[in-house]
Each structure stands twice: as C-alpha cells, then as structure tokens.
Design a protein around this ligand. Structure first.
Ligand code: FMN
Length: 207
C-alpha cells in the first residue's frame, strides 16, 4: 500500500458553496477508487476564498504569505489535483485564475488534474472545455477526459444525482487511474530540501 495525496481546490465564493460541494464529491469519488486500488489517500482542501487577499498581494508584491505558501505547496506537491471553479461571465472566476497564476511555472507539469465547474445555467457547461481545460493544458498538466459541470437542477437535496452522479464517479475513476500510474510525489515540497546530491555538490567544487 502506498500513500497518495490529492489537493482539492475550490474557488467558490458563497457560503455554503455549490462549487465546494462538487469539489468534495469529486474528491470522494477519486479517493474511493484509489482506496479500491490499494492506496491510502490524504485529501487536502484549498478553499481559495480564504486566500483571496493573499493571492492579490502575491500578484502585487511577488511574495506569498505563509498561509498562501502552504496552499501553493500543497497543490504543487500533490499526486493529483481536483480544481473546481464557479463560472463567471462564461469562464473561470478571477480568483481561480489568479491562484494558478501565482503557482511557480512548471509546478503542475505531468500532474493529473480533474476539472469541474458550477454555474447558474446548464448552457454554460462548455466553459470547462473552452476556458478551464486550455488553462491546464497550458500549464502542461494531464487533464482527465471527463470534466464535470453542475447546474442548479443537477443537485438533489445537496448531493449529486442521476447523470451528475455518474459523471462524478467516472471522472473520479479517471483521476485515480492517472494517479495510480505514477510514483507518489511525497507531499508538499520542502523549501529547504537539497535538489542535488550533497556529495555531488562537494565533488563539483573540487573540479
Ligand atoms: C459575477 C457573477 C457572474 C456569473 N456568471 C455566470 C455565467 O456566466 N454563467 C453561469 O452559468 N453562471 C454564472 N454565475 C452564477 C455562478 O456561476 C453560480 O451561482 C455558481 O454556482 C456559484 O458558485 P458558489 O455557490 O460556489 O459560489 C455568475 C455569478 C456571479 C456572481
């Protein structure tokens, strides 16, 4: 058995948030499939609402607060990411985009990502394909084929029902499969870790 970490990023602004609800259900589906495959799973939720001011400060100053640094490291060090945004004006919301703008370049290369969105109308479901998927393709993440959109009529008493439930389960299984294929990353990156072997470093200095 080996441990896998999933970072669950939710950019919902309301409380309670339907975006967070969808994110939790996607996370549960991915976790269940990873457990079925024999892994221990750690879920780390990153509520972007809690980091909204710090994200803007980071964009202005170039420096993250301690809490934002932790959130960024959680996402960069995860074996898989579930990224869910509310649709604003036909696209991801500004907070979602700004958070991924403050990640170091290369942080998500080859990371399996499951994308989801909530909206006020089912007519905007393709925003996942024309806005959210290209963002993660640009970041060179591995976005799983099933993206999950939830409109108000998809919810039944606070849980995914019918077609939405089926998509959640399928998307979770696709993410789990991609995570299962890769060796574990070992959690959030240690900022003080040596990136080069110490003996090798000494050897180079003697040249
Ligand atoms: C500024 C703003 C713009 C929005 N634009 C859209 C939109 O273009 N399409 C859509 O389907 N819903 C739109 N919505 C509705 C939200 O996407 C929807 O209510 C979402 O589920 C809210 O998520 P939350 O409950 O996690 O905050 C908009 C809401 C706001 C506040």
């Amino acid at each position: 058995m080996s441990r896998r970490t999933l970072a669950v990023v939710s950019a919902g602004l309301s409380r309670p948030s339907s975006t967070r609800l969808l994110a939790d259900q996607l996370a549960a589906a991915a976790r269940d499939e990873l457990v079925r495959r024999g892994h221990e799973v750690e879920l780390h939720v990153v509520e972007l609402r809690d980091h909204a001011h710090d994200v803007v400060d980071n964009l202005l100053t170039g420096f993250p607060s301690t809490a934002l640094r932790q959130a960024v490291d959680t996402v960069a060090g995860a074996d898989g990411v579930i990224a869910v945004t509310p649709i604003f004006s036909g696209s991801y919301n500004g907070l979602f985009k700004s958070f991924f703008d403050v990640l170091e370049s290369g942080a998500l290369v080859d990371t399996p990502v499951l994308i989801g969105a909530t909206g006020g109308t089912a007519r905007h479901s393709l925003a996942l394909e024309h806005a959210v998927r290209p963002l993660f393709s640009y970041l060179r993440a591995v976005v799983v084929p099933t993206a999950v959109y939830a409109a108000p009529e998809d919810w039944s008493g606070g849980s995914a029902d019918g077609a939405l439930r089926a998509r959640v389960v399928r998307a979770g299984a696709e993410l789990a499969e991609q995570v299962d294929r890769r060796p574990p990353l070992g959690g959030p990156a240690d900022p003080f870790a040596l990136t080069t072997d110490f003996a090798q470093l000494l050897g180079r200095r003697e040249d």
